[in-house]
Design a protein around this ligand. Structure first.
Ligand code: KG4
Ligand code: ZN
Length: 343
């Protein structure tokens, strides 16, 4: 009997402030997964400092790779291909991963596969459950807020995107105004759970039928409300501001995802990116899709924030589709996901 050989992908991710590597078996099974976070180093600056991020990646990449092979009980010769995030992200950070992947692939004669970071966030869900098309992905990360329609593996249609700030960015900026440390998203989430929705912040619905988002008006409204209260000598509770702000973000994200899912009659709705870790968003989407004939997929928390397992999952699909990068592969901070899918 002929049995298909198992496929192993080594994946590397260094687009922002996590140095990460993973080994993924047959596209869906995590064999090893190592994430070295730099959050502590960036905290005192209130955000990610690109130069510091690059330096950390250089220091960490070899250690992270060694630990990954140790966990997997494998060497680089045992993998079928090497996948790496080529963009979007911070150019100096991406370069560290791209060069490590190129060096390993060249030295060990392995195929090299450049992966789009957001495709990775989306494919994190495939480590939990198989995809059923057409599907809608609600992408909510630090740099991206998008509704992406997928009719088949590896192809992405952006049907809505933010016109200004990303959801995670709004979270981090509001958190800064509230004197919360970086990254602000998880802290606002925690405070919101004990706060009351006392302030009616705006919801940017935009034109009828649009699946685009806008969070800069909300962000300014929150910041103005805090400043005005301070000038009047009033004290607003941080937890109430957090709850009110979060209610606005979650309502818009949930409603737009719901409308788009209906319009495109998708079979699955998947949530992707760091903000997918948000408790209120998870609950709101679960409630909204509860009675609908649509399967809702929300990844576990460790798959929401940046990791390399998701890059391996997306890399495996690219490998199966025959995508190969050459030795000119470069960091591409502005890589477009639709163009990436048309390779
Ligand atoms: O996907 P990610 O790890 O990095 C990017 O690709 O951008 O997302 C990071 C973002 C940050 O803005 C962080 O504040 C936000 O995700 N985040 C959250 C939560 N956990 C992380 N936002 C809201 N609630 C959370 N629980
Ligand atoms: Zn990310």
């Amino acid at each position: 009997m002929h049995t298909k050989k198992d496929e192993y992908i080594l994946a590397i991710e260094t687009s922002c402030d996590e140095t990460a590597a993973a080994v993924i078996k047959n596209g869906t099974e995590v064999v090893a997964n190592v994430v070295a976070s730099q959050i502590e180093s960036h905290k005192r600056f209130g955000g990610v400092v690109p130069e510091i991020a690059s330096r950390h990646h250089v220091e960490q990449i070899t250690i992270v790779l060694e630990e990954t092979f140790e966990q997997a009980k494998m060497t680089v010769d045992d993998v079928d291909a090497i996948a790496v995030t080529e963009g979007p992200g911070l150019v100096g950070a991406l370069l560290v991963g791209v060069n490590a992947a190129k060096a390993l692939a060249f030295a060990h004669n392995k195929p090299l596969i450049g992966v789009h970071h957001i495709a990775g966030h989306i494919y994190a869900n495939r480590l939990v459950e198989e995809f059923t098309f057409p599907l809608l992905a609600l992408v909510v990360s630090g740099g991206h807020t998008e509704l992406i329609l997928m009719r088949e593996h590896g192809k992405f249609e952006v049907i809505g995107e933010t016109r200004d700030d990303a959801a995670g960015e709004a979270y981090d900026k509001v958190a800064r105004t509230l004197d919360l440390s970086y990254p602000g998203g998880p802290q606002i989430d925690k405070l919101a759970q004990i706060g009351k929705e006392m302030i009616d912040f705006p919801r940017a619905w935009l034109e009828e039928g649009s699946y685009d988002f806008s969070f800069s008006g909300l962000k300014s409204s929150v910041i103005n409300t805090i400043h005005n209260a301070t000038q009047r000598g009033e004290v607003l509770k941080k937890e109430d501001i957090a709850a009110s702000f979060q209610a606005s973000v979650v309502e818009v994200l949930t409603e737009k995802a719901y409308q788009a899912a209906k319009k495109y009659q998708v079979k699955q709705v998947i949530v992707a990116g760091g903000v997918a870790a948000n408790q209120t968003l998870r609950k709101s989407l679960t409630d909204k899709f509860d009675q609908e004939p649509v399967a809702l997929l929300i990844p576990p928390l460790w798959l929401c924030t940046d990791n390399a397992a998701m890059i391996g999952a997306a890399g495996s699909i690219a490998y199966t589709l025959g995508h190969r990068s050459d030795w000119f592969l470069n960091a591409n901070p502005g890589l477009d996901i639709e163009l990436y899918g048309r390779r």
